[in-house]
Every structure is written in structure tokens, then in C-alpha cells.
Design a protein around this ligand. Structure first.
Ligand code: TXA
Ligand code: MG
Length: 368
């Protein structure tokens, strides 16, 4: 596929925009084109869930296998009720939607007849979410159709959390990217299946287990229920069998543990410096500081995710949210800086730590 279209980057302020600004996006979606848009989790690459041409285009430009279904994005409960019968929304499901939508939660419903079967990869279920971004909610509402959208990245690479990331992957391949600024959550939505007993998290994500558990006391995490080997053979979610979130560099993950991580990092960095490999290090641990000489040697390939300009995230709930928000962007940055290796330490799997570790385990070429 060559560079055959001009990609327009349209900046819109999510806090202050006119419907006029969305005109081009609405038009493109209506004629079966694809449009990239911001959500609170990651950028999405959307097309009308009723347009065969648009859906085909998503799979084609992403290089996504056709058996990996897309999430259907809606702007209101009315839109959901318009496509499936009300009896298919049990009261407990509706109260969950009320609690967490718009937000980073994707729920499986019986597939609506109106939605193309290519969207759900011919599965009897359809994944639905209402994204929490005013631009995108308005875009869906004014287009007047549900929008099917995967993350707006080339299949297999880290998801995009800025419009620049989308431009990097799709310049010349899609007509429009709506730039609504960086995504505040940074990892994709949590996908849950409430038709099973116990209800299951199929993909951990931006809405954490602790929050969901308050509404679903028996909730379990699919990954944790069956051994790893079986998981490979029997993924509950089609996307799980594919390579994911990987930058071009080899990611070396040091598993979370209470002792010895520090020594392993130093050992590994010494080894790489000795071999003269170009390596990057993403710092995720508040409990220790990488000695200055190592930071100097790493230079711009040292990325600290434990702090922002103004604060150090000492509390785990804030630290993990911050790491989730910036993880994909850090992986992409190191890729742009052409490192061969990316070294990163795991974090404990609470709060957003569960989603972060799910992504890191998939991205890693080596786990120590
Ligand atoms: O936050 C998000 O969820 C982002 C934004 C753009 O909304 N979207 C996103 O889409 O992450 P994608 O396509 O990158 O990931 C969707 C995941 C895939 O692993 C897919 O296999 C799974 O959801 N999925 C979709 N429909 C499904 C279904 N009916 N049953 C099981 N898994 C499903
Ligand atoms: Mg994706």
C-alpha cells in the first residue's frame, strides 16, 4: 500500500469546540471512510459499524487479522437500545453502564443484527463501549451510527496515546486524524463478559478490578484462572493470540518482586553497556534511584515514569495510573530513538498495575 491519501491532522479542543469542527469527520464516516479520534484510553480508528467498505478499510490499513473483532462505540444508551432489544440489557448490566459509562469499560452483548458480522468477526457476541471524550461522543452522536473502532495503531505495535503516534503509523493511509490531545488513561478499556458465571475480565484495562469488584463481587480475571499454556491455546478473546504492544526494540522485563530487582537492573545495564548495545530504561520503581552514572550514560534513553514535572507518585494508586498513562508513549519514544533493547521493571498487579503488566508481559521478548 503506497502513500495514496493526504492525511489531515485536525486539532480540536475537547473543552471548547463547535459542531462545525466535526463536519469533515462526520462526512467521512458517512461515506464509509475511516477517521482516527481521541478517547480517554487510546486513540481509535473508526468506521461506521454499518459500512462494509469502512470496516474492511480498518482491517486493511491496520494489517489486522479478520478474525479479531472490533469494539462498537456508542454515544448514548439510546443508541445501544436502538440496535439491541431492551430484554438483552439486564438490570445489573444497565446499572454497570450507568456507573461507568462513558468510561474505559467494554461489555459483551449478544450481537445486534444491524451490526455487520465482519465487525464481530462472526462471533455471536459484540463488544460495546461508550468512550469518555466529548469530541468523540459528539462525533458519534452527529454521525448517528455506532462506530466500530480498534486502537489506531498498526497491528502488533504499542497503542497510540497522542495524535502524533497515529500520524506516525497512518500518515498517507487515512484521510483524517482528530487531535484532541493526549489520552488521560493511556491503556485500553477493560473488556468484561457478564454472560458467564462468574463474570470475567477478558482484558484488564483502564477501569481497574478493584473498582469493578464493588459492583461485581464474584468477578474473576480470565488470565488468572487458567495456566499460561492453556491460555495460549484457548484465548477467551480473539485478540489474545496475536503479538501485541511490541515496539521494534526487544523489551526485557524484570518481573516484580520484593528483593533483588535493583541488582538485576544494574547487572543488565552493565552487560549492555559493555556490549555497546543501544538501550533504553523505563523507571517504574519509587523505592530506588538509578545511580547518576547510569542515568548519564543512558541520557535521553532514561525515562522516569515515577514522577511528573511537579510530583513524585508515592501512593501506589497514583503511581500505577501514571505509569499506565505514559507506558505506550515511553515505548514509542524509545523506538523513535532507535534503541535495540528496552529494560523495564514490573509493578505489582493492583489498580492499573494489572493492565500495565498484561501489556508488558505481551510486549516482552525476555522476562527475568
Ligand atoms: O479502549 C479501547 O478499548 C480502545 C479504544 C479505541 O476504544 N479500543 C481497543 O480496541 O483497544 P482493540 O481492537 O485494539 O481491542 C479490542 C479487543 C481485542 O482484543 C478483541 O479481540 C476484543 O477486544 N474483542 C472485541 N470484540 C470481542 C468479542 N465479541 N468477544 C471477545 N473479545 C472481543
Ligand atoms: Mg489494539
Amino acid at each position: 500500500m503506497g502513500n495514496d491519501v493526504e492525511t489531515k491532522l485536525l486539532q480540536i479542543d475537547p473543552k471548547n469546540f463547535s459542531e462545525e469542527a466535526l463536519k469533515l469527520g462526520i462526512h467521512l464516516l458517512k461515506i464509509g471512510e475511516v477517521v482516527a479520534f481521541p478517547t480517554e484510553t487510546v486513540y481509535g480508528l473508526g468506521a461506521s459499524a454499518y459500512s462494509f467498505k469502512g470496516i474492511q478499510k480498518i482491517f486493511q490499513v491496520k494489517g489486522r487479522p479478520m478474525d479479531n473483532p472490533l469494539i462498537v462505540h456508542i454515544s448514548s444508551m439510546e443508541m445501544l437500545k436502538d440496535i439491541i432489544s431492551i430484554s438483552e440489557i439486564p438490570p445489573n448490566v444497565e446499572s454497570l453502564c450507568k456507573a461507568f459509562w462513558p468510561g474505559p469499560l467494554t461489555i459483551l452483548f449478544p450481537k445486534a443484527k444491524k451490526i455487520l458480522s465482519e465487525v464481530t468477526a462472526h462471533l455471536p457476541t459484540m463488544a460495546v463501549r461508550m468512550p469518555n471524550n466529548p469530541i468523540t461522543l459528539k462525533l458519534i452522536e452527529l454521525t448517528g451510527v455506532p462506530i466500530a473502532a480498534p486502537s489506531a495503531n498498526i497491528s502488533g505495535s504499542p497503542s497510540p496515546t497522542t495524535a502524533k503516534h497515529v500520524f506516525h503509523d497512518f500518515n498517507g493511509k487515512i484521510p483524517l486524524i482528530i487531535d484532541g490531545g493526549p489520552c488521560p488513561v493511556g491503556v485500553e478499556s477493560t473488556v468484561i463478559d457478564l454472560n458467564r458465571d462468574p463474570p470475567l475480565i477478558l482484558r484488564p484495562g483502564g477501569l481497574n478490578f478493584e473498582q469493578l469488584r464493588q459492583y461485581l463481587p464474584t468477578l474473576q480475571i480470565y488470565d488468572k484462572m487458567i495456566p499460561n499454556k492453556e491460555l495460549q491455546a484457548r484465548p477467551c478473546i480473539p485478540g489474545l493470540k496475536y503479538r501485541h504492544y511490541s515496539p521494534s526494540a526487544r523489551v526485557i522485563l524484570i518481573e516484580f518482586r520484593s528483593h533483588g530487582m535493583e541488582n538485576l537492573i544494574i547487572e543488565k545495564l552493565d552487560e549492555m553497556f559493555l556490549q555497546k548495545s543501544r538501550c533504553g530504561y523505563i523507571h517504574t520503581q519509587v523505592d530506588f534511584t538509578l545511580p547518576q552514572q547510569y542515568r548519564n550514560q543512558l541520557g535521553e534513553n532514561f525515562i522516569d515514569l515515577t514522577r511528573s514535572d511537579s510530583e513524585i507518585f508515592k501512593e501506589k494508586v497514583h503511581l500505577h495510573a501514571h505509569i499506565a498513562q505514559h507506558l505506550f508513549s515511553a515505548l514509542r519514544k524509545l523506538d523513535d530513538q532507535e534503541v535495540e533493547y528496552i529494560l523495564i521493571c514490573g509493578i505489582s498487579e493492583d489498580f492499573e498495575g494489572l493492565a500495565v503488566m498484561n501489556r508488558l508481559n505481551k510486549a516482552a521478548s525476555e522476562i527475568l
